[in-house]
Design a protein around this ligand. Sequence first.
Ligand SMILES: Nc1ncnc2c1ncn2[C@@H]1O[C@H](COP(=O)(O)OP(=O)(O)OP(=O)(O)O)[C@@H](O)[C@H]1O
Ligand SMILES: [Mg+2]
Length: 452
Amino acid sequence: MMISSKQIKDDLNEEQQQAVMTVDSPVLVLAGAGSGKTRVLTYRVAYLISQGISPFNILAVTFTNKAAGEMKSRIKEMIGKKADNIWIGTFHSICMRILRRDSGRIGYDSSFVIYDVKDKLTLVKQIMKYNNIDEKLYKPRDILYEIEKAKTANILPADYDMFRDTQINPFFRTAHSVYQEYQKELQEKNAMDFNDILINGLRILDENPDICDHYANKFEYIHIDEYQDTNEVQYRIIRLLGKKHKNICAVGDEDQAIYGWRGADIRNILNFEKDYPNAVIIKLEKNYRSTGMILRAASEMIKNNTTSKGKVLKSLKCEGEKIRCYHARDAFQEAIFIAEEIKKLREICGYEYSQMAIFYRVNWVSRVFETVFKQYGIPHKIVGGFRFYERKEIKEVLAYLRLAVNTQDDVSLLRIINVPRRAIGKTSLDKLSLASRNLGISIYEYIRDHSD
Ligand SMILES: Nc1ncnc2c1ncn2[C@@H]1O[C@H](COP(=O)(O)OP(=O)(O)OP(=O)(O)O)[C@@H](O)[C@H]1O
Ligand SMILES: [Mg+2]
């Protein structure tokens, strides 16, 4: 199966076609929301394979696992089974693949485990306890938050002094010492947290030229979606993976940068032309998603962005209805107003529930909607929320499995020691932790050796 040039002409506008078919130099597609950037990447990958490029030589980085899945199945529709051999995934999943193969090079066994928020917090609490740091003085949560901040900015424990004033500020001093031990403990327990996946992915490439060359040779064509949201570590990973062929196709929108708080650096997109001087820059100016009204309102808002490169976006849809703004007194009033609107849309205008969506700013807001919608009898589905691996019972099963293959994993043991309830109190647990630590063995080993 192949994608024909007719299909490319039928399915894409001229600028999009240009982006898809420019394959011998770096490409930056800079364009607004709904202009078909992700569509361009998908078609470009399919096009490359139709041109005889091996799927093994193509990499596509998406922002979420869901987007990766969608891109993969779309490409499969176009070119068939060959799509299975393309690397498509998030930065995390790509680093995971690299790490699972070669983590030995950075002192990790390939069966390393991933710690989630609860695991991380347990570890921080343990470290604080061993070092007699009063939890009332500094909350473990605050310490963990500070550690995460440093890690997102790619500040290793050794560099932390330059990041924060540990001389004067005792909180930073404490965070620093916990951070040092936290990293040591993670490595000893053969565990990584989410940031480590990226940091170690970068490290493995950076410190091992043979591994880096292997991937740099392999990936002749690299694609990145949502380039405006890449942080420094991700940026450096791409620089290394692309160092041989320098054939990067990045798409993004400087006005949609939403991950500044997570270390995303908009300069990555603004500097693309400097990084890749022979880059072809393509703008897409047609919007396929929204009505003219919505586009004008959005563009009035982003006009105020200081980093905006300025752009035109024309809707291919109708003008659409006016946008209304309703200022509610509180979250409850807001939910009630929306519930009333939904009833009206359904009963008077004849829309289905499945045609309506609600966006909210933070997750806790969903609770208010759930309560109000129950009263109104409005059926609904929460998208996102807790994913499979984040559910309590799934995590507990995983903790049992992790412990079974790695008896050093105290954090997993502590997660399940009272699941099901075994009435083991906090005092006993503290004693166990301390005693095992004094002997330099894991809690599991201590229990096993002292079962009497
Ligand atoms: N040439 C086209 N013809 C028909 N539909 C198109 C075309 N280009 C894009 N679309 C459709 O417009 C919608 C938006 O496209 P896409 O998601 O690729 O935009 P985007 O630029 O990636 O948006 P975002 O900035 O939100 O990531 C999709 O439903 C896509 O299939
Ligand atoms: Mg997109």
